[in-house]
Design a protein around this ligand. Structure first.
Ligand SMILES: *Cc1c(COP(=O)(O)O)cnc(C)c1O
Length: 203
């Protein structure tokens, strides 16, 4: 998937011309503007940023996927807001594997209960798990985290949840993610070039 946050609708059209169909956006308003502007193209839109509950209605109306569910309340709001004329909204639970308190994502020990609750919401389809490894000088660390996420998915599937998606890997670590079974890599700068310094500071 191409992460197009901060890049223009024209850049997305260029990527579309090269065959890219799935795009990820991190900010609700920016994403909705591009979706509107590019409505003539047949695109799959993924919301990959952290989601506040007051924005859930717009996301439920305009996107096909949400990658960073980390609490039940958000999932319930998305399910309530998903129009019955639309297919179920595909969602992934974001897992904070490092336990850093400042990072978003559910703790690994909470994921089982959260997954069971999300999987029964009527207008959502729980597809799998997402993670972003903590920044680290150890180049081997991301692969360890990706393997942990894969094992967590396998454990959930022994309960019959039928999950098929591991959303993991970005420009800097996508090879390790693919080696550990990623089904969606989220690639921004390696496709579009570097984002502005101001945006990097806000990430
Ligand atoms: C920005 C972002 C990416 C892409 O990062 P790159 O390093 O530009 O590939 C992937 N996932 C999420 C959640 C992001 O916010």
């Amino acid at each position: 998937m191409a992460i197009s946050k901060t890049f223009s609708a024209a850049s997305i059209r260029d990527a579309y011309s090269a065959g890219q169909r799935s795009f990820g956006e991190n900010y609700v308003q920016e994403g909705v503007e591009k979706i509107t502007e590019l409505a003539d193209l047949d695109l799959d839109w993924h919301f990959t940023g952290p989601l506040q509950s007051n924005k859930s209605r717009q996301v439920a109306a305009r996107f096909a996927w949400v990658h960073a569910i980390d609490r039940l309340k958000i999932a319930q709001r998305l399910s309530d807001a998903r129009g019955s004329h639309l297919p179920e909204l595909n969602v992934c639970i974001q897992v904070n594997l490092s336990g850093e308190p400042t990072k978003s994502g559910a703790a690994a020990r909470e994921v089982g209960a959260l997954a069971r609750s999300v999987s029964v919401l009527p207008r959502l389809k729980l597809r799998g798990l997402t993670t972003i490894p903590e920044p680290c000088n150890d180049v081997a660390r991301p692969r360890v985290r990706f393997a942990e996420l894969r094992r967590l998915l396998e454990t959930l599937n022994t309960e019959g949840l039928g999950l098929d998606t591991l959303s993991m890997g970005m420009s800097s670590d996508l090879e390790a993610a693919i080696l550990e079974g990623a089904t969606i890599v989220r690639v921004g700068t390696a496709i579009f070039g570097s984002r502005s310094a101001a945006d990097r500071a806000s990430q």
